[in-house]
Design a protein around this ligand. Structure first.
Ligand code: AGP
Length: 608
């Protein structure tokens, strides 16, 4: 969490840094700040709240300069406040921005206080500024000083630092938190995400763990690895263009991203299957051999990505005959997992930088898995680079904190995985599912066409404090995802249950005030689900059912029904996700919450 941006250029960098922060705001948005070096001195503005508050400050008093660093924060140590906002300075000579957590900051702080350094914030980051200032008094360059002090830092960091000792130099360091170098023409930049810099360059170097980088005037970039060797890292051209940075005709990024789903699902499928066959090699040249010897699968992820993994369990077991375990990364990484021979380890992540998922992958690599596969939306991310194989979900940048198109494209990737594992094991292809996949984008388009009806339904939720989501089979995870969406953007307490569990406790919650949302596709569990819905009606619950138009659930006084098009059973979890996303979106808009940047959250969770 937290976003960093830095620039060394021949022009005024204030506007570049500010635009970068706006584009990084998804990573954290409780306070923001900027420091530039001008006339040999560090000048800084910081503001509590979103980047807009900093922008206002800058409008009153500009910070012109050719070299600067900036930060948007998601608080870990110290509450959101101006004093805790970055950059942190030491003795007017050093400025630091940091993303991550310094785990041993208390010991370092004590040591620095003993040497006479005064702390003005409650952050862990401030120790870095004072450590650097201290080192610089010994005559070291900013780069050397940074190199020396990072070896004593425990935890995770992406850093951008500058100093009055060496004007027009920015040093960056990466250990456990993402950091890219933007390669400009006669200028150079640093950022937590390439998106922050697309207004100035489309060429990026993805730093490796342990790398340090020095940016100097005229675009001079020097990278040194963990061992102290100067290294050349490849320069990648960013593929997605800059379209993601704007909301276009939509009121929110989330809505734009929901409506992009037909297009990105098509992109996720492109070149990976035909009407009669899935292309196993999409997962890499070794996929066929690896899937052949895969006897079970462990899927590890967090949040929405975890829900995608739960859906995949139903698919892999049913259509590929492979046993599957799915677990949240924060639990898995501290367990003592038993790994049977021939187990494939799969991570799912939109960002590819989620700290728990990354730590789980590193842990898994010590446990004897047959191979590791990352299903991810960000090429070049840590998860992709550190896995044996990867499949990109091709959703394009997702800006809204609530994950939407990243989830549905993960489901596409997981269905392709299911079909590929099945094929590699010599089982017959599944032409009906393949045909269904080809038809899916247009079915999604039809469902998005129900937006106005879903918006009308959302009125019934605006005054509610609780909601219950129900689903059965592969739609239980879809109910979980529906509940997560509603709670994260509308702040309504929502829970999800497999509908068959209702009578084991949660039915006690049902009364005439409790909205109960269910998805009812036309599958083998339909009749069971119908009985569960009757249990809700008998207790006076208000039912909202998204149902296949053929299943014969009709609207009545206590049950509102929205009909969805017919879809192959295997693909229903994808299609039924869309109305739940739209419902949450419209409820949040009615409640007036900050849809794209809900309170207390951040898009990319790069701390444990
Ligand atoms: C969901 O809307 C959230 N954005 C969150 O649960 C997210 O899915 C989770 O933090 C995992 O992120 P990742 O997919 O980038 O690893």
């Amino acid at each position: 969490m937290c976003g960093i941006v830095a620039a060394v250029a021949q022009r005024n960098v204030q506007g570049i840094l500010l635009e970068g922060l706006k584009r990084l705001e998804y990573r954290g948005y409780d306070s923001a700040g900027m420091t530039v070096l001008s006339s040999g001195a560090l000048t800084r503005h910081r503001a509590l709240g979103k980047v807009a508050a900093l922008e206002e400050r800058l409008a009153n008093e500009a910070l012109p300069g050719h070299c600067g660093i900036a930060h948007t924060r998601w608080a870990t140590h110290g509450k959101p406040s101006e004093a805790n906002a970055h950059p942190h300075h030491s003795r007017d000579s050093v400025a630091v921005v940091h993303n991550g957590i310094i785990e041993n900051y208390e010991q370092i702080k004590e040591m620095l206080q003993g040497s006479g350094y005064t702390f003005t914030s409650d952050t862990d980051t401030e120790v870095i500024a004072h450590l650097l200032a201290d080192k610089l008094t010994t005559g070291k360059t900013l780069f050397e000083a940074t190199q020396e002090i990072v070896s004593g830092l425990g935890g995770a960091y992406a850093l951008g630092v500058m100093s009055t000792h060496e004007p027009n130099v920015v040093v960056g360091a990466r250990q456990g938190s993402p950091l890219v170098v933007g390669v400009g023409i006669d200028e150079a930049f640093l950022a937590s995400d390439p998106l922050a810099l697309l207004q100035v360059t489309d060429r990026f170097i993805y730093l490796e763990e342990g790398d340090l980088v020095e940016l100097r005037e005229h675009g001079v970039i020097r990278i040194v690895d963990r061992q102290g060797n100067v290294v050349e890292r490849p320069v990648h051209t960013f593929e997605h263009g800059d379209g993601a940075a704007s909301k276009g005709e939509y009121r929110h990024y989330m809505l734009k991203e929901i409506f992009e789903q037909p297009k990105v699902i098509e992109a996720a499928l492109e070149g990976r299957m035909s009407a009669s066959s899935v292309l196993v090699e999409s997962f890499g040249p070794d996929a066929q051999a690896l899937f052949q010897k895969t006897r079970q699968v462990h899927i590890i992820a967090c949040g929405t990505s975890y829900h995608a993994g739960l859906v995949a369990r139903y698919w892999l077991e049913r259509y590929a005959g492979v046993p599957v375990q799915v677990e949240v990364a924060s639990e898995y990484r501290y367990r003592h997992p038993v790994v049977p021979e021939g187990t494939l380890f799969v991570t799912l992540s939109q960002s590819g930088e989620t700290a728990d998922t990354l730590a789980a992958l590193r842990f898994a690599k010590t446990l004897g898995y047959v191979g590791t596969l990352a299903i991810c939306n960000v090429p070049g991310s840590s998860l992709v680079r550190e896995s044996d194989m990867s499949l990109m979900t091709r959703a394009g940048p997702e800006i809204g904190v609530a994950s939407t198109k990243a989830f549905t494209t993960q489901l596409i990737a997981l269905l392709l995985l299911t079909l590929s594992v099945s094929k590699a094991k010599g089982q017959p292809e599944q032409p009906e599912i393949l045909a269904g996949l080809q038809a899916l984008p247009s079915l999604c388009q039809q469902v998005l066409g129900l937006d106005a009806q879903i918006e009308a339904l959302s009125q019934a939720f605006a005054e509610k404090h609780h909601a219950l989501f129900l689903g059965r089979g592969a739609h239980y995870p879809i109910a979980l995802e529906g509940a997560l969406k509603l709670k994260e953007i509308s702040y309504i307490h929502a829970e999800a249950y497999p509908a068959g569990e209702l009578k084991h406790g949660p039915l006690a919650l049902v009364d005439s005030e409790m909205p109960v949302i269910s998805v009812a596709p036309n599958d083998e569990l339909l009749e069971k689900l119908k009985s569960n819905l009757q249990e809700v009606r008998a207790r006076g619950g208000q039912l909202f059912v998204f149902a296949d138009r053929k299943v014969g659930i009709s609207a009545q006084e206590d049950i509102r029904v929205l009909e969805l098009p017919e879809v192959h059973e295997a693909l229903a979890p994808l299609l039924y996700t869309l109305p739940l996303q739209l419902l949450s979106y419209h409820v949040a808009v009615l409640k007036g919450t900050d849809v794209d940047q809900p309170r207390n959250l951040a898009k990319s969770v790069t701390v444990e």
